[in-house]
Each structure stands twice: as C-alpha cells, then as structure tokens.
Design a protein around this ligand. Structure first.
Ligand code: GLN
Length: 314
C-alpha cells in the first residue's frame, strides 16, 4: 500500500492537468495593471508534509505576488505585536458577505469597523497596527517575518506590481480615508503611509514552494518544521486558521468550506495558500480568477485533492 504522500506524488501531475482546463472559465485580474501580464492558463502546486517531503507539479517555478494571502501573516504579526484585545478593537470577527474591496458595511453598520481582517478594509487597519517608528521599519518587520515563516531570506516585494497598485488604488484609498474618518485609523496615522506599507506587503513575491512552507508552519501549529522553534503562539495560529475557513476565500468561503473543508486564503494574483492541519502545507498558483476573485483552476485542484483524500476538517 503506498502512503498518501506517495499516492499524491504519483497522481498530482495528472490531476493538475485535468484542473488546468478550468482556467478558461476565469479571467486574469487587471485592476492592478501589472497583474494582467500573468499567464492565464498557468497552474502550479507544491505540497509539503510534516517530514519536509515535497511534491511539486505544473508551473511551480512561476513567481507571483501574495496580494490578499499576505493578510493572514500581517494579522499574525499584529497579534504578536499588540495582542488580541487591541487587534479586535480595530477589526471584527465576522464574514462580511460582500466583495473583498466593498465599503458598503463601513457606512451601513455601526461603528464602521471592518468586519474582519481579511477584507481590504480590515487588512489596511491591521497593517496600521504593525510596530515600527517609520513606514520603512514597519514594512521591514513585515518582510522579515514573512522571510522567517517561509524559511527564505530572499523574499522581497515586486516593485513593478507595487508601483502599479500604488498608482491605481483609488478604491483602497477611499476605504482607508473612510477608516480614518471612522476612527479605526488613529488621528496620528497618515493614510498614505499605511497604504504604502499595505501595497508593499501585497506585492511580496513568492513561488508555490515558499507558499507551501508558510502553510506548513500554520499546519504545524506555529512551529518551524526544521528547527522545532515556536515562530507563532498557537492561540494566534488558531485565530488565523479560523479566519481562513470563515473568510479566506472571500465571499465564497462557505462554498469552499463545503467543497474542500480546509483552511485556505486566496489572492488576486491567483495564489492560494491552503493547509491540512497537522499534515500538509500547500501552495497553488493559477492566475485566472472567477467572479469572486478565486483561482478557477486552483479551486478545481484543491477540491479534487480534498475529496480524494478526505481532508475536510468537518
Ligand atoms: N492588493 C490587492 C488589493 O488591495 C489585494 C486584494 C486581493 O488579493 N484580493 O486590492
């Protein structure tokens, strides 16, 4: 009897090719103009188990920006910097039921606090909480934290994507000004400064293997796989995983919980970070997105894997 990992190693390339056709059902994001250059039919996946064994298939050499996936890790850093109470004074714990960049509820629901840290408004509020005396120091702390979690000292942001978002982020700008008016961003917080850190954070560039390693740390309860060192307190990992299940796939998180049932977070570059608690960290890239902003081929592949191996945590 082959182990599950051996079975995955044998079958992943074939399943990946089957999932690739789903790319034609979606479209590469272009509201950040630089993202539009990504290859629409690319699909790559890396999976790492708790022994550090790695399986890769498809277009794994492709680098991509983390975009919304970064929000999981800035949330963790903010929790480590400020503690739960302070963080949840600024953001809620509930799915919004709206698109990730919606500002509807900020005006509609008192007290105008973002519903959760994984929608854009919530993530911008979280970035403002990262410790540092300057925006450069805040960003450097975020980047270094990501490097530690990924076990890779070379991770950095893509200047082209950063600049492209910086020049076109009218909606995020309006969200951030709204937050300032609602006192979610404090009086001494400069909106443009927070946004600058947020855009750089979203432009942090990884590949599938680095993403899978980051997922592995969460799957492993916050402990580094190699050194055994605690990188993140377990309580915060628990919070992050819960948000990934309830809000990680935007306004399609309920459907993904039913179809795949594993914590995951997607980004508008087409990346998905997923994990099977105690077992696997998974990184996927498939730039073509559905209407809700999730990778069409990436979703297809993760749902196939989860069904095949009965990964649902429910
Ligand atoms: N940088 C992107 C934005 O703020 C991230 C959104 C996403 O990945 N869904 O619009």
């Amino acid at each position: 009897m082959p182990t599950e990992m051996e079975h995955i190693t044998e079958h992943l390339p074939g399943w990946l090719e089957e999932s690739r056709h789903a790319a034609s059902e979606g479209k590469v994001a272009d509201y950040i103009p630089e993202l539009a250059h990504a290859p629409a039919d690319a699909l790559g996946c890396t999976l790492i188990d708790t022994n550090g064994n790695t399986v890769t298939a498809g277009d794994c050499s492709l680098s991509f920006t983390m975009q919304s996936i970064s929000k999981v890790f800035t949330l963790l850093l903010a929790l480590m910097d400020r503690g739960e109470e302070r963080v949840f004074n600024h953001v809620g714990m509930e799915p919004s039921g709206d698109d990730y960049n919606s500002m509807l509820k900020l005006e509609l629901v008192e007290p105008g606090k973002p519903f959760n840290p994984l929608i854009n408004a919530g993530a911008i509020a979280i970035t403002a909480l990262i410790k540092g005396d300057s925006t450069d120091e805040q960003f450097t702390r975020i980047r270094d934290f990501f490097r530690t979690i990924a076990g890779n000292p070379d991770i950095d942001y893509n200047h082209g994507v950063y600049t492209s978002e910086q020049q076109t982020a009218h909606r995020n700008r309006s969200l951030a000004y709204f937050l300032k008016d609602n006192d979610v961003l404090s009086d001494d917080t400069e909106v443009e400064d927070v946004l600058d850190v947020y855009f750089r954070q979203c432009a942090l560039e990884v590949n599938c293997e680095q993403l899978a390693r980051m997922g592995m740390v969460l799957a492993n309860g916050g402990f580094d796989l190699v050194t055994g060192q605690e990188l993140i307190p377990y309580r915060y990992v628990q919070i992050a995983k819960t948000f990934m299940v309830t809000c990680g796939m935007y306004n399609a998180s309920g459907e993904f919980a039913i179809q795949a049932g594993i914590p995951a977070k997607s980004g508008v570059s087409g990346g998905i970070l997923a994990l099977v608690p105690g077992r696997y960290g998974i990184g996927v890239i498939g730039p073509s997105l559905n209407r809700k902003g999730n990778s069409t081929a990436g979703l297809h592949l993760l749902q196939k894997l989860s069904a095949q191996y009965n990964w649902s945590i429910f």
